[in-house]
Design a protein around this ligand. Structure first.
Ligand code: PLP
Length: 464
């Protein structure tokens, strides 16, 4: 075999060090991501994970407050999920010549725990696929073509979900997107009513809280109005609970706190128990019946090779059961305010923290933007730097020197997400607060933090 054809094994992968991972990742996956990771120090080689804790190859312990962007409500490698996978390790993972029994059981269970009369599921392998499937459901059910979505909202990066993701940076390079997608501000029922009047919309797709938008909660009563308006215009309400679901915000699903039931609910992330990739929508029997009915012809429109395969579905059955049994929603409801209050004390203390906000254990820390003389001298670059990279640098510093993992939210990079597993302990929450306190007290000004963690990032941006 020539060098070109030499294949690396799983054992080789396990033995790679930090530098080797960086090089291979840079050359074969995503160069920009590798560069940013190396610059700000988020390129450790993690070799072990359990609950909220992860360890690197030097034996250093960290607390994971990224939480897989909401995929790790159960923490890393929960034994109940691993046990379920062991139980099915000789069952065919997929076999299209039979009905997927684990998917059927999972759908049955989801119907028991979701609100109202939601009962019929579709399964795929990711959040974005669940969004795609729900947009198609809305079109085939209503016969209408357009979609209304929220500025700052995030639903994924495949073509359809990107078309309803409210961030120009992600949309523009890929235009033309799906036609007839209408953006409106989040939290504004009048804007929704205007859009519903002007457009014949198949669906309004929205998150209960903008997660990637920077953890933005809606005004009181917003969703009651949303529900009323969607019903009166015969437009489906697709609620994206992919990040807010499974206890994250203090109830099993965030919509319970709004007192509404959507027509379609989207689920992914923690549905897989932090171990397997799985996404789903759940809708009512009447919507599913009118959309796809019992016709054999339409049944093949719903299939996906890996969607709802036995292994993923078995892990999801165990994940859902554990989330309910361990009452992770109540844990989030109790620990969230404790954590937020402690972070609010830090906000009082450090001007670099503009705001901390959230619900349950979906928490965002918005950082103050750079401005003033430095911004003037750098022709706006300082502000750009602070907006785009400050949170990465703080994340890098926290990771490297304080043992806490955090990352920015995708649609609002000035916000650090704090989404620990819901079974995080009070001591671990205190540890994270203490880490921020130590970091900010050592580096009072933004510039010091930036210099400490990313000198070359600053200079490369200033050169542009
Ligand atoms: N919807 C929401 C609310 C999300 O937060 C995300 C991912 O962050 C998605 C959809 C897309 O999910 P995935 O990354 O699994 O495609």
């Amino acid at each position: 075999m020539s060098e070109k054809n030499k294949l690396l094994t799983v054992d080789d992968a396990l033995k790679l060090n930090r530098k080797e991972i960086l090089d291979i990742y840079k050359n074969h996956v995503n160069q920009g991501r590798a560069t940013l990771s190396a610059l700000v120090g988020i390129d450790a080689n993690f070799v072990k994970a359990e609950g909220c804790k992860v360890w690197d190859d030097a034996g250093n312990e960290y607390l994971d407050f990224v939480g897989g962007y909401g995929s790790l409500n159960l923490g890393h490698n929960h034994p109940a999920v691993l046990e379920a996978l062991r139980k099915v390790d000789t069952v065919p993972v997929m076999l299209q010549s039979a009905l997927a029994k684990f998917a059927a059981v999972l759908a049955y269970n989801l119907a028991q725990i979701t609100p109202g009369d939601l009962q019929n599921c579709w399964f795929g392998s990711s959040g974005t696929e669940a969004v795609e499937a729900a947009l198609k459901l809305a079109r085939i059910y209503t016969g209408k073509k357009e979609f209304i979505y929220c500025l700052g909202g995030f639903h994924g990066k495949t073509m359809g979900s990107l078309s309803v993701t409210g961030k120009k940076k992600y949309q523009e390079p890929f235009e033309p997107l799906v036609p007839g997608c209408v953006p409106i501000p989040f939290g504004d029922p009048e804007a929704l009513e205007k859009a519903l009047k002007e457009h014949d919309a198949a669906a309004f797709i929205v998150e209960p809280i903008l997660g990637e938008g920077g953890v933005i909660t809606p005004p009181e009563g917003y969703f009651k109005e949303v529900r009323r308006l969607c019903s009166s215009y015969n437009t489906l309400l697709i609620l994206d609970e992919i990040q807010t679901g499974f206890g994250r915000t203090g109830t099993l699903f965030a919509c319970e706190q709004e007192g509404i039931v959507p027509d379609v609910m989207l689920l992914a992330k923690s549905l897989g128990g932090g171990v397997v990739p799985i996404g789903a929508y759940i809708t009512t029997a009447s919507i599913m019946k009118k959309a796809y009915g019992s016709s054999i012809d339409r049944s093949t429109m719903l299939t996906s090779t890996f969607g709802g395969n036995n292994r993923s579905a078995a892990a999801a059955i165990a994940a859902v059961d554990t989330i309910v049994r361990e009452n992770l929603a109540r844990q989030a409801a109790e620990k969230g305010p404790y954590f937020l209050n402690k972070l609010k004390v830090l906000q009082e203390k450090y001007s670099i923290i503009k705001e901390v906000r959230g619900r349950g254990l979906l928490v965002g820390m918005e950082l103050a933007e750079g401005e003033g003389l430095l911004d003037f001298l750098s022709a706006g670059s300082f502000k750009k730097l602070s907006n785009e990279f400050l949170s990465s640098m703080i994340g890098g510093e926290l990771q490297t020197n304080y043992g806490v993992l955090t990352l920015f939210t995708l649609n609002n990079p000035n916000v650090l997400r704090l989404e620990p597993p819901l079974n995080v302990t009070y001591e671990q929450l205190d540890f994270a607060v203490d880490a921020f306190d130590k970091l900010f007290s050592r580096h009072k000004s933004f510039l010091k933090i930036a210099l400490q963690s990313g000198k070359s990032a600053i200079f490369s941006i200033f050169r542009k």
